[in-house]
Design a protein around this ligand. Sequence first.
Ligand code: ADP
Ligand code: ASP
Ligand code: MG
Length: 444
Amino acid sequence: MRILKFWGTSLGSHEMIEKAADIVVQSKKKENVIVVVSAMSGVTDGLDKLCELAKKGEIDKVLSRLVELREKHDTVARKICKDSCDINYVNKVQEYFGNLESILKGVSLLSEVSDKTKAKVLYFGEIFSAILLALAIKQRGIDSHSYRSKDLIYCDGSYLNGEYDYEKSREQVERFMKNISLIKEIPVVTGFGGGDADGNIYLFDRGGSDYVATVLGRLVMASRVEIWTDVYGVMSADPRKVKKAILWDKLDYAVCAEFALVGAKILHPKTISPVQEKDIPVYIKNTFDPEAFGTKICSMKASGVKGISIDDKQMIFTFIDPYMLGVAGYLYDVVKVFRDKGVSIDALATTETSFSISIRKKYYTRSLEKAFDHMREHFRLSIRDNVSKISIIGDSIDNYKILNKLKDVIMVSKWAYDKSLTVFVEQGDSEKTLKKLHKEVFGK
Ligand code: ADP
Ligand code: ASP
Ligand code: MG
């Protein structure tokens, strides 16, 4: 059995949904399939905006945007059904839009949107796209229904960054598999998150549908997971930034996980772990060129540098105190502040009397800033907010050679696990730096 996941832009238009349905039907000829979908392109951002508008009490705008959102999906549905009307689709969509409208009216009345409510609202994008893709598959003469991952993947933790529970999910998925016939039907499952027994939704952060695909792959012990996207596979750099980026036909799990972890957008950071432990291969494939091989991610002996990624939106905090020397607990005190404020630390470098911590700029909140005011009593604190993070991914990286090629290095973080080298530099023209470094490392 295969898991096929389709991305937002592959489901961004009627043509792309038809393309995805063709790919699914072709795959079904080889093996049974379960499909996982993200929302149509732009829909998650649109739903996020609706939460904001509702919170501000702008209910008229919310209602008119809901009409537009409905029309966007209905237009595609009409084209899929060649201008006839599928009563099942109409009933389902009517019910879900009704639910969504009620939730947003509630937000507007309370002038408040909790994480719990926001997760529920954002998840609707995946519900609508799953219904559409199932409709397109049905038009090809194969039975297909949409299902919600919240009934399969059991989660807890925080609503916008949930944790999945393997045992409880396994029981739910076993029940699901007993009740459907994969020979007769192609199930289309929503991506993005899971749920609990009370019907709450837990999202896996933005881009989380990749993770839903590999979690399901692990739960059903799929023969492979295919992530269908808009590029040919994992490349030595983001092909939108480096035109001559090299395409890898095979990559080791650990190296690929590193691509995701350092922030290369190609995969959600958690994607690899569920499948790695069971040696289930992941293929990255191009929806625009289905015959192309793509990248196979599997267990293999890796060697050399495989990629470079740059993130411009970083900040570095440096804490200095000569009295730190030999004293226990300094680092703990500072890290605890980040934890208490719910801010995830990206990289860390220490000496006996100082340490530097990097975070993504979007996590620098007013409450963290306030906490720092207190800390200035104990530390000399310097903050740099114009920093780029350059990550070199791969095995046996020649650190000295790389560092020699970079100017204005502020901080270096080398993971003991040895799958990447992370260097922070003064923000300049990061695309130029990426292209230059790519040429020096890969000769292109
Ligand atoms: P999806 O909507 O399918 O989840 P994403 O936009 O999340 O797609 O990921 C695909 C994008 O990732 C590509 O369009 C590409 O620009 C970007 N990307 C970033 N780094 C890489 C890389 N090293 N190799 C390939 N693509 C990359
Ligand atoms: N639709 C969600 C997002 O835009 C999840 C995903 O695309 O994987 O982040
Ligand atoms: Mg993605």
